[in-house]
Design a protein around this ligand. Structure first.
Ligand SMILES: [Zn+2]
Length: 484
């Protein structure tokens, strides 16, 4: 899940979906949510979704050796077989192995289309690291195992199965439903969403979209909240560099590139950017406080007051996730310098990775860093241009159906808007003027997040519930009855 338009590997924090999201709930205690996950009887709809899921997991879609086109073609075949006209099901590939599926279920056209997004590619997984073959779908002990089970092939399978279900039912939405299953969210140079926006905008143009980035959290066996990701921080790295003439290390001089850079970095380590809330983080702290109780809840209430209580902010800042929600952060992540053991360094360089609040300007952050370094000999420059990602508005037209559906399926479980501290593909769409919401109905134990890790898995019951949730949510967002 996510990035910053740079190779994914550079984005240290691409634990996309589940992680940032589930972290949203780290501070939450038990809630009066419904008790855990009863296994639903396997319906024909669930059997189909499972079959699609299995097929996707069994197709390796890693950047190194996988084939996204094969996965996209497999899904295209299913959709055509279900009766979607061939011209409404396309696989578009900028390069071999990097295919993207775009399919359209036509509606009445009363409203502009709804885009349904999931990425087909997965993070690398080595057989020797896993207890089983990561690319062989396996059900065991109430879990589905395999690379992509939680990120993001479950959602892809649920969307494909829902579209097939709509077609079989003869459902006619009041807007076109566009399904886009894309490549290179996790890594690689052929990001499918960026490619489709650039070359095939008309095919995916929509009033709004749904994507990964949200989902349900379970703590101590209880459902504690369902998050809706409406915003993301913006990735921006800076290069800090000091250059010196150098010389023989047996004749040291006071001027030293490494010392100078280190002193600047020490000053930077003490800097905190100002606390600033936006619509999404304000809603997050408000709702989390309502669910929490205790000193943290009290601090959250004081934080969302006008003006915000800085003492409360300082208390909450002690938790890395809350800290990152409240402010732009910049942290040194890489350090290089010198060219020989026996030479004075001619160069010292650090990379400082910033995660900016969505409305922050890179130039302002750069200036803040320069001011804190307070040393004109430390040159500061952006590593690459930032990709802006404006927050998607939390309108009743979107939140209403999500809240009603969540309440009907899991009474008492709160819907909590979140801002991801990492980035997802939603950033490309948001930047292109298409609001996107990260939402799904899969509840996962926050202490058992294995996305990007070994033995990735998803509870079987969560998969089926998530399928039902997405099916109903898409209907709610594409029909008058559903909107009620
Ligand atoms: Zn993902």
């Amino acid at each position: 899940m996510y990035r910053a338009g740079r190779p994914a590997a550079k984005d240290g924090y691409r634990i996309a979906l589940p992680m940032p999201l589930r972290r949203a709930f780290l501070g939450l205690l038990l809630l009066p949510g419904a008790a855990l996950l009863a296994q639903p009887a396997p319906s024909p709809e669930n059997r189909l979704a499972r079959e699609v899921f299995e097929e996707l997991i069994n197709i390796n879609t890693t950047d190194s050796v996988g084939d996204n086109t094969a996965a996209a073609e497999a899904m295209a075949k299913r959709l055509r077989a279900a009766g979607l006209p061939a011209e409404d099901v396309q696989v578009l590939a900028p390069r071999a192995r990097k295919g993207n599926l775009v399919a359209r279920l036509r509606g009445s056209g009363a409203r502009r289309p709804l885009l349904l997004l999931a990425h087909l590619d997965v993070v690398e997984a080595r057989r020797e690291d896993w207890s089983m073959d990561p690319f062989v779908f396996r059900e065991e002990g109430g879990f589905f195992y395999g690379r992509g089970t939680s990120d993001d092939k479950a959602m892809a399978a649920q969307l494909v199965a829902s579209l097939i279900r709509f077609k079989q039912e003869g459902y006619r939405p009041d807007r076109d439903l566009i399904l886009a299953l894309t490549a290179d969210e996790e890594g690689g140079d052929s990001n499918g969403v960026a490619f489709l926006l650039d070359k095939h905008r008309a095919l995916i143009d929509a009033e709004m979209g749904l994507n990964e980035g949200g989902g349900g959290g379970i703590r101590n066996g209880r459902r504690i909240g369902l998050s809706v990701q409406a915003s993301e921080k913006v990735f921006q790295s800076f290069r800090l560099e000091v250059k010196n003439p150098g010389g023989h290390s047996s004749l040291p001089v006071p001027e030293n590139a490494i010392y100078r850079l280190a002193a600047g970095l020490t000053r930077l380590s003490g800097h905190k950017f100002p606390v600033r809330l936006n619509e999404v983080t304000r809603a997050f702290f408000t709702r989390t406080a309502g669910a929490l109780g205790g000193p943290e809840a009290a601090a959250m209430k004081r934080l969302v007051a006008e003006p915000p209580d800085l003492e409360a902010a300082a208390l909450l800042s002690q938790q890395p996730y809350f800290n990152s929600l409240m402010r732009t952060t910049c942290v040194a992540t890489q350090l290089t310098g010198g060219h020989a053991e026996n030479a004075l360094p001619q160069m010292a360089r650090a990379i400082v990775n910033c995660r900016m609040l969505p409305d922050e300007s890179p130039a302002a952050v750069q200036k803040a860093i320069v001011d804190v370094l307070a040393d004109p000999q430390i040159e500061v420059s952006p590593v690459a241009p930032a990709k802006p990602s404006p927050p998607s508005p939390l309108t009743p037209a979107v939140l209403g159906p999500i809240e009603r559906l969540t309440e009907s399926m899991w009474p008492g479980v709160p819907v909590v808007p979140v801002m991801s501290t990492g980035a997802t593909d939603s950033l490309y769409l948001r930047a292109a003027g298409i609001p996107v919401y990260g939402v799904d109905g899969m509840f996962v134990d926050m202490d058992d997040v294995r996305a990007h890790g070994r033995d990735e898995r998803l509870p079987v019951a969560s998969f089926y519930e998530g399928h039902e949730y997405l099916y109903r949510l898409v209907k709610a967002l594409s029909s008058r009855e559903g909107a009620r």
